[in-house]
Design a protein around this ligand. Structure first.
Ligand SMILES: *[C@@H]1O[C@H](CO)[C@@H](O)[C@H](O)[C@H]1NC(C)=O
Ligand SMILES: *[C@@H]1O[C@H](CO)[C@@H](O)[C@H](O)[C@H]1NC(C)=O
Ligand SMILES: *[C@@H]1O[C@H](CO)[C@@H](O)[C@H](O)[C@H]1NC(C)=O
Ligand SMILES: *[C@@H]1O[C@H](CO)[C@@H](O)[C@H](O)[C@H]1NC(C)=O
Ligand SMILES: *[C@@H]1O[C@H](CO)[C@@H](O)[C@H](O)[C@H]1NC(C)=O
Ligand SMILES: *[C@@H]1O[C@H](CO)[C@@H](O)[C@H](O)[C@H]1NC(C)=O
Length: 312
Protein backbone atom coordinates (compact mmCIF):
# COMPACT_ATOMS: atom_id res chain seq x y z
CA UNK A 1 0.00 0.00 0.00
CA UNK A 2 2.73 2.40 1.07
CA UNK A 3 4.97 1.43 -1.86
CA UNK A 4 2.19 2.01 -4.34
CA UNK A 5 1.69 5.50 -2.96
CA UNK A 6 5.33 6.36 -3.46
CA UNK A 7 5.25 5.09 -7.03
CA UNK A 8 2.23 7.22 -7.86
CA UNK A 9 3.94 10.30 -6.48
CA UNK A 10 6.97 9.71 -8.64
CA UNK A 11 4.93 9.27 -11.80
CA UNK A 12 2.64 12.26 -11.50
CA UNK A 13 5.17 14.93 -12.63
CA UNK A 14 6.34 12.74 -15.50
CA UNK A 15 2.77 12.19 -16.73
CA UNK A 16 2.03 15.88 -16.52
CA UNK A 17 4.99 16.71 -18.71
CA UNK A 18 4.04 14.11 -21.31
CA UNK A 19 0.45 15.26 -21.34
CA UNK A 20 1.52 18.89 -21.65
CA UNK A 21 3.50 18.22 -24.86
CA UNK A 22 0.74 16.08 -26.37
CA UNK A 23 -2.02 18.56 -25.63
CA UNK A 24 -0.07 21.52 -26.89
CA UNK A 25 -1.54 22.78 -30.12
CA UNK A 26 -3.19 19.53 -31.08
CA UNK A 27 -5.77 18.94 -33.85
CA UNK A 28 -8.93 18.25 -31.87
CA UNK A 29 -11.36 18.10 -34.77
CA UNK A 30 -9.80 16.23 -37.70
CA UNK A 31 -11.38 15.98 -41.15
CA UNK A 32 -13.78 13.06 -41.70
CA UNK A 33 -14.74 11.14 -44.82
CA UNK A 34 -17.19 13.36 -46.60
CA UNK A 35 -19.84 13.07 -49.27
CA UNK A 36 -20.14 16.10 -51.50
CA UNK A 37 -22.89 17.01 -53.93
CA UNK A 38 -21.98 18.10 -57.43
CA UNK A 39 -21.91 21.93 -57.80
CA UNK A 40 -22.51 22.43 -54.06
CA UNK A 41 -20.00 23.44 -51.36
CA UNK A 42 -18.26 20.96 -49.10
CA UNK A 43 -16.27 21.33 -45.91
CA UNK A 44 -13.34 19.49 -44.35
CA UNK A 45 -12.83 20.26 -40.70
CA UNK A 46 -9.52 20.89 -38.96
CA UNK A 47 -9.53 22.59 -35.57
CA UNK A 48 -6.79 23.17 -33.03
CA UNK A 49 -7.14 23.30 -29.27
CA UNK A 50 -4.69 26.21 -28.86
CA UNK A 51 -3.48 29.04 -30.97
CA UNK A 52 -1.16 27.74 -33.67
CA UNK A 53 2.51 27.45 -32.78
CA UNK A 54 3.48 25.68 -36.03
CA UNK A 55 2.48 25.93 -39.65
CA UNK A 56 -0.81 24.39 -40.76
CA UNK A 57 -0.89 22.92 -44.26
CA UNK A 58 -3.88 21.73 -46.22
CA UNK A 59 -3.09 19.29 -48.97
CA UNK A 60 -5.19 17.51 -51.53
CA UNK A 61 -3.67 14.34 -52.98
CA UNK A 62 -0.27 15.59 -51.71
CA UNK A 63 -0.60 18.97 -53.45
CA UNK A 64 -0.45 21.98 -51.14
CA UNK A 65 -3.69 23.97 -51.14
CA UNK A 66 -3.00 26.36 -48.29
CA UNK A 67 -0.33 27.32 -45.82
CA UNK A 68 -1.72 28.63 -42.57
CA UNK A 69 -4.73 30.61 -43.77
CA UNK A 70 -3.26 31.60 -47.11
CA UNK A 71 -4.69 29.75 -50.11
CA UNK A 72 -2.25 29.02 -52.92
CA UNK A 73 -2.80 31.55 -55.72
CA UNK A 74 -4.14 29.16 -58.34
CA UNK A 75 -6.73 27.79 -55.90
CA UNK A 76 -8.22 30.99 -54.50
CA UNK A 77 -11.54 30.49 -56.31
CA UNK A 78 -11.75 26.88 -55.25
CA UNK A 79 -10.96 26.99 -51.54
CA UNK A 80 -11.35 29.16 -48.50
CA UNK A 81 -10.38 28.69 -44.84
CA UNK A 82 -12.70 29.58 -42.01
CA UNK A 83 -12.18 32.59 -39.73
CA UNK A 84 -11.10 32.16 -36.14
CA UNK A 85 -7.82 31.44 -34.35
CA UNK A 86 -8.35 27.72 -33.84
CA UNK A 87 -10.41 27.07 -36.93
CA UNK A 88 -8.75 25.77 -40.11
CA UNK A 89 -11.90 24.31 -41.69
CA UNK A 90 -11.45 24.09 -45.45
CA UNK A 91 -14.36 25.11 -47.68
CA UNK A 92 -14.43 23.68 -51.17
CA UNK A 93 -16.62 25.49 -53.68
CA UNK A 94 -18.50 24.42 -56.77
CA UNK A 95 -17.79 20.73 -56.33
CA UNK A 96 -16.79 18.81 -59.45
CA UNK A 97 -15.67 15.23 -59.91
CA UNK A 98 -12.00 16.23 -59.81
CA UNK A 99 -12.47 17.43 -56.22
CA UNK A 100 -12.69 13.82 -55.15
CA UNK A 101 -9.57 12.74 -53.29
CA UNK A 102 -7.63 12.70 -50.03
CA UNK A 103 -7.55 15.92 -48.00
CA UNK A 104 -4.88 16.21 -45.36
CA UNK A 105 -4.53 18.77 -42.58
CA UNK A 106 -0.87 18.79 -41.48
CA UNK A 107 0.32 20.34 -38.30
CA UNK A 108 3.04 19.66 -35.71
CA UNK A 109 3.78 16.22 -37.12
CA UNK A 110 0.12 15.27 -37.24
CA UNK A 111 -1.54 14.68 -40.57
CA UNK A 112 -5.13 13.48 -40.19
CA UNK A 113 -6.72 12.96 -43.59
CA UNK A 114 -10.08 12.11 -45.04
CA UNK A 115 -11.53 11.19 -48.39
CA UNK A 116 -14.10 13.26 -50.21
CA UNK A 117 -16.56 11.30 -52.35
CA UNK A 118 -18.51 13.16 -54.99
CA UNK A 119 -21.99 11.84 -55.60
CA UNK A 120 -22.27 11.36 -59.32
CA UNK A 121 -25.43 9.36 -59.86
CA UNK A 122 -29.06 9.74 -58.99
CA UNK A 123 -30.21 7.34 -56.32
CA UNK A 124 -32.03 4.38 -57.85
CA UNK A 125 -34.87 2.71 -55.97
CA UNK A 126 -36.15 -0.60 -57.24
CA UNK A 127 -38.32 -3.51 -56.19
CA UNK A 128 -38.78 -7.00 -57.54
CA UNK A 129 -42.53 -6.69 -57.96
CA UNK A 130 -45.06 -3.91 -57.99
CA UNK A 131 -47.81 -6.16 -56.62
CA UNK A 132 -47.58 -8.23 -53.47
CA UNK A 133 -49.94 -10.05 -51.16
CA UNK A 134 -50.07 -8.85 -47.58
CA UNK A 135 -47.46 -10.78 -45.60
CA UNK A 136 -45.49 -11.68 -48.72
CA UNK A 137 -41.75 -10.94 -48.72
CA UNK A 138 -40.79 -7.99 -50.92
CA UNK A 139 -37.22 -7.18 -52.01
CA UNK A 140 -36.09 -3.59 -52.45
CA UNK A 141 -32.78 -2.19 -53.56
CA UNK A 142 -31.27 1.25 -53.26
CA UNK A 143 -28.29 2.11 -55.43
CA UNK A 144 -26.20 5.22 -54.98
CA UNK A 145 -23.18 4.56 -57.19
CA UNK A 146 -20.51 5.15 -54.52
CA UNK A 147 -17.96 2.56 -53.39
CA UNK A 148 -18.85 0.39 -50.40
CA UNK A 149 -16.45 2.10 -48.02
CA UNK A 150 -18.08 5.50 -48.51
CA UNK A 151 -19.70 6.77 -45.31
CA UNK A 152 -23.42 7.17 -44.74
CA UNK A 153 -26.70 5.39 -44.27
CA UNK A 154 -29.28 4.28 -46.78
CA UNK A 155 -32.66 5.15 -45.35
CA UNK A 156 -36.05 3.99 -46.59
CA UNK A 157 -39.09 6.14 -45.97
CA UNK A 158 -42.70 5.04 -46.34
CA UNK A 159 -44.98 8.04 -46.82
CA UNK A 160 -42.30 10.27 -45.28
CA UNK A 161 -41.82 8.12 -42.16
CA UNK A 162 -38.44 6.46 -41.64
CA UNK A 163 -38.85 2.71 -41.93
CA UNK A 164 -35.49 1.07 -42.45
CA UNK A 165 -31.89 2.25 -42.13
CA UNK A 166 -28.78 0.34 -43.12
CA UNK A 167 -25.15 1.19 -43.50
CA UNK A 168 -24.04 2.11 -46.93
CA UNK A 169 -22.58 -1.26 -47.91
CA UNK A 170 -25.99 -2.94 -47.76
CA UNK A 171 -28.18 -1.84 -50.64
CA UNK A 172 -30.80 -4.58 -50.36
CA UNK A 173 -33.79 -4.50 -48.08
CA UNK A 174 -36.17 -7.40 -47.63
CA UNK A 175 -39.38 -6.97 -45.71
CA UNK A 176 -42.92 -8.18 -45.44
CA UNK A 177 -45.62 -5.61 -46.00
CA UNK A 178 -49.25 -5.46 -44.99
CA UNK A 179 -52.40 -3.73 -46.15
CA UNK A 180 -51.44 -0.49 -44.43
CA UNK A 181 -48.73 -0.16 -47.10
CA UNK A 182 -51.10 -0.42 -50.04
CA UNK A 183 -50.57 2.60 -52.27
CA UNK A 184 -47.88 4.02 -49.98
CA UNK A 185 -44.84 5.80 -51.38
CA UNK A 186 -41.42 4.18 -50.82
CA UNK A 187 -38.34 6.35 -51.13
CA UNK A 188 -34.70 5.65 -50.34
CA UNK A 189 -32.11 8.32 -49.71
CA UNK A 190 -28.50 8.65 -48.66
CA UNK A 191 -27.93 10.37 -45.34
CA UNK A 192 -24.67 11.43 -43.81
CA UNK A 193 -23.67 14.13 -41.35
CA UNK A 194 -21.44 15.74 -43.98
CA UNK A 195 -24.49 16.52 -46.14
CA UNK A 196 -26.81 19.14 -44.72
CA UNK A 197 -30.16 17.53 -43.91
CA UNK A 198 -31.91 20.22 -45.94
CA UNK A 199 -30.23 18.66 -49.01
CA UNK A 200 -31.17 15.06 -48.32
CA UNK A 201 -34.00 15.38 -50.80
CA UNK A 202 -31.27 15.64 -53.47
CA UNK A 203 -29.91 12.25 -52.47
CA UNK A 204 -33.37 10.62 -52.61
CA UNK A 205 -34.49 8.57 -55.57
CA UNK A 206 -36.84 10.30 -57.94
CA UNK A 207 -38.36 7.03 -59.10
CA UNK A 208 -40.52 6.63 -56.01
CA UNK A 209 -42.01 3.18 -55.57
CA UNK A 210 -45.69 2.61 -55.08
CA UNK A 211 -46.87 -0.91 -54.37
CA UNK A 212 -50.26 -2.50 -54.66
CA UNK A 213 -50.56 -4.70 -51.60
CA UNK A 214 -53.36 -7.19 -52.11
CA UNK A 215 -55.42 -8.57 -49.26
CA UNK A 216 -58.63 -10.46 -48.73
CA UNK A 217 -61.88 -8.68 -47.85
CA UNK A 218 -62.65 -7.39 -44.38
CA UNK A 219 -66.40 -7.03 -43.98
CA UNK A 220 -68.41 -4.91 -41.59
CA UNK A 221 -72.14 -4.27 -41.45
CA UNK A 222 -73.66 -0.99 -40.38
CA UNK A 223 -77.31 -0.26 -39.81
CA UNK A 224 -78.90 2.43 -37.70
CA UNK A 225 -81.35 0.21 -35.89
CA UNK A 226 -79.24 -2.62 -34.48
CA UNK A 227 -81.08 -5.27 -36.48
CA UNK A 228 -84.57 -4.13 -35.40
CA UNK A 229 -87.35 -3.01 -37.69
CA UNK A 230 -91.08 -2.36 -37.24
CA UNK A 231 -93.37 -4.31 -39.50
CA UNK A 232 -94.23 -2.29 -42.59
CA UNK A 233 -91.16 -0.09 -42.38
CA UNK A 234 -88.04 -0.16 -44.54
CA UNK A 235 -84.88 -1.79 -43.23
CA UNK A 236 -81.48 -0.73 -44.56
CA UNK A 237 -78.08 -2.18 -43.77
CA UNK A 238 -74.82 -1.26 -45.42
CA UNK A 239 -72.06 -3.77 -46.03
CA UNK A 240 -68.69 -2.07 -45.97
CA UNK A 241 -65.80 -4.01 -47.47
CA UNK A 242 -62.13 -3.22 -47.35
CA UNK A 243 -60.35 -5.27 -50.01
CA UNK A 244 -57.69 -5.07 -52.67
CA UNK A 245 -58.48 -5.90 -55.42
CA UNK A 246 -62.12 -4.83 -55.14
CA UNK A 247 -64.33 -7.60 -53.83
CA UNK A 248 -67.70 -8.77 -55.08
CA UNK A 249 -70.39 -8.44 -52.45
CA UNK A 250 -73.37 -10.65 -51.89
CA UNK A 251 -76.16 -10.50 -49.32
CA UNK A 252 -78.16 -13.59 -48.52
CA UNK A 253 -80.36 -15.17 -45.89
CA UNK A 254 -81.78 -18.65 -45.37
CA UNK A 255 -84.61 -18.39 -47.85
CA UNK A 256 -83.60 -15.50 -50.00
CA UNK A 257 -80.61 -14.64 -52.02
CA UNK A 258 -79.59 -11.49 -53.79
CA UNK A 259 -77.27 -11.48 -56.72
CA UNK A 260 -76.89 -7.78 -56.31
CA UNK A 261 -73.39 -6.49 -55.85
CA UNK A 262 -74.98 -3.54 -54.14
CA UNK A 263 -73.46 -2.92 -50.72
CA UNK A 264 -76.81 -1.76 -49.36
CA UNK A 265 -79.40 -4.29 -48.31
CA UNK A 266 -82.79 -2.58 -48.54
CA UNK A 267 -86.01 -4.33 -47.52
CA UNK A 268 -89.20 -2.35 -48.21
CA UNK A 269 -92.44 -2.93 -46.32
CA UNK A 270 -90.89 -5.52 -44.03
CA UNK A 271 -93.05 -8.53 -43.15
CA UNK A 272 -92.73 -10.94 -40.21
CA UNK A 273 -91.43 -13.68 -42.49
CA UNK A 274 -88.39 -11.47 -43.21
CA UNK A 275 -87.12 -12.09 -39.70
CA UNK A 276 -83.83 -14.00 -39.75
CA UNK A 277 -80.11 -13.83 -40.30
CA UNK A 278 -78.73 -11.73 -43.15
CA UNK A 279 -75.16 -12.36 -44.21
CA UNK A 280 -72.95 -10.17 -46.29
CA UNK A 281 -70.14 -12.07 -47.95
CA UNK A 282 -67.34 -10.49 -49.94
CA UNK A 283 -64.93 -12.37 -52.20
CA UNK A 284 -61.95 -11.25 -54.19
CA UNK A 285 -59.20 -12.87 -56.20
CA UNK A 286 -55.52 -12.10 -55.63
CA UNK A 287 -52.96 -11.86 -58.41
CA UNK A 288 -51.91 -15.48 -57.84
CA UNK A 289 -55.53 -16.55 -58.50
CA UNK A 290 -56.13 -17.35 -54.85
CA UNK A 291 -59.63 -16.36 -53.71
CA UNK A 292 -60.31 -14.88 -50.30
CA UNK A 293 -63.60 -14.19 -48.59
CA UNK A 294 -65.03 -12.79 -45.42
CA UNK A 295 -68.56 -12.45 -44.10
CA UNK A 296 -70.55 -10.83 -41.32
CA UNK A 297 -74.15 -11.37 -40.34
CA UNK A 298 -76.93 -9.36 -38.75
CA UNK A 299 -80.04 -10.88 -37.17
CA UNK A 300 -83.12 -8.92 -38.23
CA UNK A 301 -85.94 -8.97 -35.74
CA UNK A 302 -89.31 -7.72 -36.95
CA UNK A 303 -91.37 -5.95 -34.29
CA UNK A 304 -95.15 -5.56 -34.40
CA UNK A 305 -98.12 -4.42 -32.30
CA UNK A 306 -99.73 -7.14 -30.13
CA UNK A 307 -102.74 -8.59 -31.95
CA UNK A 308 -105.89 -10.16 -30.65
CA UNK A 309 -105.75 -13.67 -32.03
CA UNK A 310 -109.34 -14.60 -31.21
CA UNK A 311 -112.39 -12.96 -29.77
CA UNK A 312 -113.68 -14.68 -26.70
C1 LIG B 1 -21.84 -2.27 -42.47
O1 LIG B 1 -22.49 -3.41 -41.92
C2 LIG B 1 -21.81 -4.63 -42.19
C3 LIG B 1 -22.69 -5.77 -41.68
O2 LIG B 1 -23.40 -5.41 -40.52
C4 LIG B 1 -20.43 -4.58 -41.50
O3 LIG B 1 -19.76 -5.78 -41.77
C5 LIG B 1 -19.66 -3.39 -42.04
O4 LIG B 1 -18.44 -3.27 -41.34
C6 LIG B 1 -20.44 -2.11 -41.88
N1 LIG B 1 -19.74 -1.05 -42.56
C7 LIG B 1 -19.54 0.14 -42.00
C8 LIG B 1 -18.81 1.12 -42.87
O5 LIG B 1 -19.94 0.42 -40.88
C1 LIG C 1 -48.42 -3.42 -40.73
O1 LIG C 1 -47.07 -3.58 -40.32
C2 LIG C 1 -46.59 -2.57 -39.45
C3 LIG C 1 -45.15 -2.80 -39.15
O2 LIG C 1 -44.54 -3.55 -40.12
C4 LIG C 1 -47.40 -2.57 -38.18
O3 LIG C 1 -46.96 -1.52 -37.35
C5 LIG C 1 -48.86 -2.36 -38.51
O4 LIG C 1 -49.62 -2.45 -37.33
C6 LIG C 1 -49.34 -3.40 -39.51
N1 LIG C 1 -50.69 -3.06 -39.92
C7 LIG C 1 -51.63 -3.99 -40.11
C8 LIG C 1 -52.94 -3.47 -40.57
O5 LIG C 1 -51.42 -5.17 -39.93
C1 LIG D 1 -35.19 20.02 -51.68
O1 LIG D 1 -35.64 20.73 -50.54
C2 LIG D 1 -35.40 22.13 -50.64
C3 LIG D 1 -35.80 22.76 -49.32
O2 LIG D 1 -36.47 21.88 -48.49
C4 LIG D 1 -36.21 22.70 -51.81
O3 LIG D 1 -35.96 24.09 -51.93
C5 LIG D 1 -35.79 21.98 -53.08
O4 LIG D 1 -36.61 22.41 -54.16
C6 LIG D 1 -35.94 20.47 -52.93
N1 LIG D 1 -35.40 19.83 -54.12
C7 LIG D 1 -35.97 18.76 -54.67
C8 LIG D 1 -35.27 18.21 -55.87
O5 LIG D 1 -36.98 18.25 -54.24
C1 LIG E 1 -77.99 -15.76 -58.72
O1 LIG E 1 -77.10 -16.11 -59.76
C2 LIG E 1 -76.94 -17.51 -59.93
C3 LIG E 1 -75.86 -17.72 -60.99
O2 LIG E 1 -75.70 -16.58 -61.76
C4 LIG E 1 -78.27 -18.11 -60.34
O3 LIG E 1 -78.10 -19.52 -60.47
C5 LIG E 1 -79.27 -17.82 -59.23
O4 LIG E 1 -80.55 -18.29 -59.63
C6 LIG E 1 -79.37 -16.32 -58.99
N1 LIG E 1 -80.24 -16.06 -57.85
C7 LIG E 1 -81.15 -15.11 -57.83
C8 LIG E 1 -81.97 -14.99 -56.56
O5 LIG E 1 -81.35 -14.38 -58.76
C1 LIG F 1 -54.48 -17.18 -63.14
O1 LIG F 1 -55.48 -17.60 -64.02
C2 LIG F 1 -55.29 -17.14 -65.33
C3 LIG F 1 -56.55 -17.52 -66.15
O2 LIG F 1 -57.10 -18.70 -65.67
C4 LIG F 1 -54.03 -17.76 -65.91
O3 LIG F 1 -53.82 -17.30 -67.22
C5 LIG F 1 -52.86 -17.34 -65.03
O4 LIG F 1 -51.68 -17.94 -65.46
C6 LIG F 1 -53.11 -17.70 -63.58
N1 LIG F 1 -52.10 -17.12 -62.78
C7 LIG F 1 -51.48 -17.78 -61.80
C8 LIG F 1 -50.45 -17.02 -61.02
O5 LIG F 1 -51.77 -18.93 -61.51
C1 LIG G 1 -64.32 -18.72 -47.93
O1 LIG G 1 -62.99 -19.01 -47.51
C2 LIG G 1 -62.88 -20.25 -46.84
C3 LIG G 1 -61.44 -20.37 -46.40
O2 LIG G 1 -61.05 -19.23 -45.72
C4 LIG G 1 -63.28 -21.38 -47.73
O3 LIG G 1 -63.22 -22.59 -47.02
C5 LIG G 1 -64.69 -21.14 -48.25
O4 LIG G 1 -65.01 -22.12 -49.20
C6 LIG G 1 -64.81 -19.79 -48.89
N1 LIG G 1 -66.19 -19.53 -49.22
C7 LIG G 1 -66.58 -19.03 -50.39
C8 LIG G 1 -68.05 -18.84 -50.58
O5 LIG G 1 -65.76 -18.76 -51.27
Amino acid sequence: MYEQHVLTNIFIPVLLIVERTLCNDIIVTPPVDTIALLSYTAEMKCRLDETRSNTVFWEKDNTIIAINKIIENRFVRKYNIADGDLNYDLHIYDIGFDDEGVYECKHSGQSPNAYMYVLDKKTQCATNNAVAISGEIVHFSCNIGLPNNAPGDLVWYIDDTEYYRSNFSISAWTTSLNRSHNGAEFVCQLEHTTISSSLWNLTACEDKIELSIEYGPIVSINDNSNGRVIEGDTYTARCTVDANPTATIQWDNNNWESNSSDADLVLFDVERRHEGTYTCRATNMLYNNETRNDSKAVFLSVEFEPELMAVI
